[in-house]
Unconditional design. Structure first.
Length: 221
């Protein structure tokens, strides 16, 4: 039995090896995308046999889950720090872009094309919900400044639809206007980020950062 706070040499070795496997996995993803991830290839790089490596990760899906969990946790923590008291949606938007630019492969693993045959476990969905709750808090706060509280009725067809279809809000008591504001924020900013990180603005002669800031200003109005 391990004493709390004290790892055995065996446990430290296991943690170090799993960390190295994940580093190699990110290298593979950067080179060939998540669908090309291969534990056998990683084992070969590390001078191990495939069966030996499978003692540390049961299979490709477990490794992908670990990578996705780490990515979501990193973003959730980034958004939580940015969502300090008084923070608005623009501040969260800037934190999102900085996080995405820091590691585009990490961004694409969770917001790019789904890995064929892979289904994320419930705990990852919960981490993703943390991010949305932070956005809804900021959207509700921004709306309150404009005079819209949680009892504000829906006044557009989209708001009326979202008021009746809100599982994505994870139980957040946001008003219909705040639901619309958060959802537009999420979809429009991810649209720009995805195009920028995929290189679709390359050669167009403008700064994607200026486009992103312009979108933030429009979303804040």
């Amino acid at each position: 039995m391990t004493v709390a706070g004290k790892e055995t040499p065996r446990e430290r070795y296991r943690a170090q090896l799993r960390a190295e496997v994940k580093e190699r996995a990110w290298e593979q993803i950067a080179a060939a995308g998540a669908p090309g991830l291969s534990l056998n290839a990683i084992a070969k790089q590390m001078g191990m046999s495939g069966p030996a490596l499978y003692r540390y990760f049961a299979g490709r899906d477990e490794l992908i889950t670990e990578l996705i969990r780490d990515a979501y946790r990193s973003l959730a923590d980034t958004v939580r720090v940015a969502a300090a008291p008084g923070a608005d949606l623009a501040q969260l938007g800037r934190a999102l872009r900085a996080w995405a630019l820091d590691d585009p492969q990490r961004y694409f693993l969770i917001y790019g094309t789904p890995v064929p045959g892979y289904h994320a476990p419930d705990d990852i969905t919960e981490i993703a919900s943390e991010i949305m709750r932070s956005l809804l808090d900021a959207a509700q706060s921004d709306g309150a400044v404009a005079g819209a509280d949680s009892d504000t009725p829906a006044d557009t067809p989209l708001e009326a639809h979202l008021a009746e279809h809100r599982p994505w809000a994870a139980g957040h008591p946001a008003s219909p206007p705040a639901l619309r504001r958060a959802l537009l924020f999420w979809t429009r900013l991810h649209g720009i980020l995805s195009l920028e990180l995929a290189g679709h603005f390359t050669g167009m002669g403008f700064d994607p950062g200026e486009l992103y800031e312009n979108e933030l200003r429009h979303l804040a109005q």
